[in-house]
Design a protein around this ligand. Structure first.
Ligand code: SF4
Ligand code: SF4
Length: 362
């Protein structure tokens, strides 16, 4: 396993870590097996978040039973924007993780000006800095999907680590936040190396996304600005891939990078990454589910009747009648939260006009 220094934290992190978003779906025994194998393979960084449901609880118990808490650099994140809820979530994170400190604590997904203002105005930033003075967090980080807001935050000089989305479909950070972070000696942790799953899922190949998980990991980790990449890791085969890639020669020529980028030929306009940041919808529309189906309709519409049948079936079974796209009132609350600036109300209209449902559900 190769290690890199995480900016001014001075921490030596494995170049591939563990993203634990889905760890809550694993049993305790599965979690312990994954963590044990990761530890033996030299992985020393795990990232979770209060928003990841049972992930913290599972990790906390597994690390305790394995006696490995201190062997890992452990980070968590809190997304609340009012101080009492933020404080409450921080305490819950420590309790769930069965620890009295976090190696890195991120203020989670600060991607809009309104969010960044709230964090400063509501005392959250002061609280996070106080946690650091008290030693309850060792280092303070920020996660963001927006380069302009990210730039403002980084320039405060208050943060030591940035968690950024980076993959062959999302290259904006390369020329913007990467060099800026370096000039502030901040460590860079990469989330979404698989584009939230779209780059490597079998169904995505039909939509023009067709690179291997190994290529995606090597793409992110071979960038010299990057300290650590945290792919979602909730299966033993994933942790084995992480170890194999992190232990291999991590260089990629500009030709090879170009070829990987060129392999991805997105056939869908306004492609939804399924990240869910737009939620909740005021009318309870499951926006990522509707858009996933609408994106598929855009690819297959009118050409592949068996796929069209599947889309109609899935729309009927997975979206209740009371939460379909035609319930959208166009309030635009979701659009403000979408890191990819998708015109969600327009897409809901288009989905409503094109997606079909089986009447037997009514
Ligand atoms: S614009 Fe439509 S989809 Fe978005 S929050 Fe409002 S009702 Fe929901
Ligand atoms: S609409 Fe935007 S925020 Fe919502 S899931 Fe899709 S990409 Fe993510």
């Amino acid at each position: 396993m190769q290690y890199r220094t995480l900016g001014k934290t001075g921490l030596s992190v494995s170049v591939i870590g563990i993203g634990a978003l889905q760890m809550g779906n694993c049993t305790l025994e599965e979690t312990k097996t994954i963590l044990k194998e990761a530890h033996e393979g030299g992985i020393n960084y795990i990232d979770t978040a209060r928003a990841y449901n049972e992930s913290e609880t599972r990790l906390g118990q597994a690390l305790k039973e394995l006696g490995l808490r201190k062997d890992f650099i452990l980070s968590s994140k809190v997304i609340k924007r009012d101080l009492p809820s933020f404080q409450n979530d921080f305490e819950t994170s420590l309790k769930n993780l069965q620890t009295d400190y976090l190696d890195i604590f991120f203020i989670h997904d600060v991607s809009t000006a309104a969010n960044w203002n709230a964090i400063q105005k509501n005392g959250i930033l002061d609280y996070a800095l106080e946690l650091k003075r008290q030693g309850r967090i060792r280092h303070l980080g920020i996660s963001t999907h927006d380069c302009q807001i990210g730039e403002q935050i980084i320039k405060t000089g208050l943060f030591e680590v940035a968690m950024l989305a980076y993959n062959p479909t999302n290259l904006e950070v390369e020329d913007t936040l990467f060099p800026l972070c370096q000039s502030y000696d901040m460590g860079i942790v990469i989330m979404k190396p698989y584009g939230g799953g779209i780059l490597t899922e079998a169904r995505s190949a039909q939509m023009g996304f067709s690179i291997t998980a190994e290529e995606a990991l090597r793409f992110a980790a071979s960038n010299p600005y990057v300290s650590c990449v945290i792919p979602g890791t909730d299966r033993l085969e994933y942790v084995r891939l992480n170890i194999a890639v992190g232990s291999s020669l991590l260089s990629m020529s500009s030709d090879e990078r170009k070829k990987i980028i060129e392999k991805i030929d997105i056939k869908v306009k306004d492609y939804c990454r399924g990240c869910g940041y737009c939620l909740p919808c005021v009318k309870n529309i499951p926006i990522p589910t509707v858009l996933k189906l609408y994106n598929r309709w855009q690819v297959f519409g009118g050409t592949d009747w068996s796929k069209m049948h599947q889309i109609t079936e899935e729309y009927t079974s997975s979206v209740p009648d009371s939460q379909t796209a035609d319930h959208c009132i166009g309030c635009g609350q979701c659009t403000k939260r979408c890191p990819f600036n998708l015109p969600i109300p327009d897409l809901m209209k288009a989905a409503s006009a094109n997606l079909r449902r089986y009447t037997s559900s009514k």
